[in-house]
Design a binder for this molecule. Structure first.
Ligand code: T5A
Length: 214
């Protein structure tokens, strides 16, 4: 395997990110890569505690700004303690969500100022950018149905309106149009086998850009 890199998976709830992140990890391992699988918000013990604060429903109001700061607080801990050290050791890091999620959910979904999000990203991870991002795209109703079918109770986000998730989805697709070299759009409404084929092809392209397969 050539130079390692960060691969992120993005999409709305129920798009299949967790399922396909594990599959992508196995795909890379099968080609001789050392792989670290992780997720956001969370990924380390402390960042997972911030995740609980960010996602658990409760009586207190969490503003869009507070939500943005919680995501970046978790991310700062995650990048410092897990992502950057793993990349420095030459491992591939496969991360279920990263800063594009803040751009899509807090930016497009909640209307948080995009320039502020970029300033926080530049501050928290100036040296860490995904080598490639797999955007699992599917209709909102399909994603929410999948997510609801496998969950006991909704977190704060899953209680949001369909219109919110439509804005998030549109936000993701706009990011993909703005960064077509990095973000590859995957048809995630397709059967799992077809999604895996698309991911395999995307990873071939990504590995070639990042340094090549053996
Ligand atoms: N968030 C996160 C922000 O607002 N800002 C941020 O900066 C960040 C980092 C938690 C929440 O945090 C928000 C966004 C989220 O609301 P999360 O833990 O990633 O983020 O939560 P979810 O997106 O809700 O995770 P889900 O588990 O619901 O979705 P996944 O991971 O996309 O889906 P997955 O793999 O669990 O699959 C769901 C079901 O669908 C099936 C699977 O088997 C599973 O049962 N499935 C398919 N079925 C048929 N065909 C396919 N192609 C399928 N693919 C998967």
């Amino acid at each position: 395997m050539g130079a390692a890199g960060l691969i992120t998976l993005e999409g709305i709830e129920g798009a299949g990110k967790s399922t396909l992140a594990a599959w992508a990890g196995e795909w890379l391992r099968g080609r001789g890569a050392r792989v670290r699988l992780t997720r956001e918000p969370g990924g380390t013990e402390l960042a997972e505690r911030v995740r609980r604060i960010a996602l658990e429903p409760g009586p207190e109001r969490v503003s869009a700004d507070a939500e943005t700061l919680l995501m970046f607080a978790a991310r700062a801990i995650h990048v410092t303690n897990l992502i950057r050290p793993a990349l420095e050791r030459g491992e591939w890091v496969v991360c279920d969500r990263f800063t594009d999620a803040t751009r899509a959910y807090q930016g497009a979904g909640r209307g948080v100022d995009a320039a502020w999000i970029e300033a926080l990203a530049e501050r928290v991870h100036p040296d860490v950018t995904p080598a490639c991002t797999l955007l699992l795209d599917l209709p909102v109703a399909v994603g929410l149905e999948r997510a609801r079918a496998r969950r006991a109770g909704p977190d704060r986000f899953e209680s949001e309106t369909q219109a919110f998730f439509e804005r998030v989805r549109a936000g993701y697709l706009a990011l993909a149009r703005a960064a077509p070299q990095r973000i590859q759009v995957i048809d995630a409404a397709a059967p799992l086998e077809s999604v895996q084929q698309q991911i395999g092809a995307a990873l071939e392209r990504c590995a070639a850009v990042a340094g090549g397969l053996p």
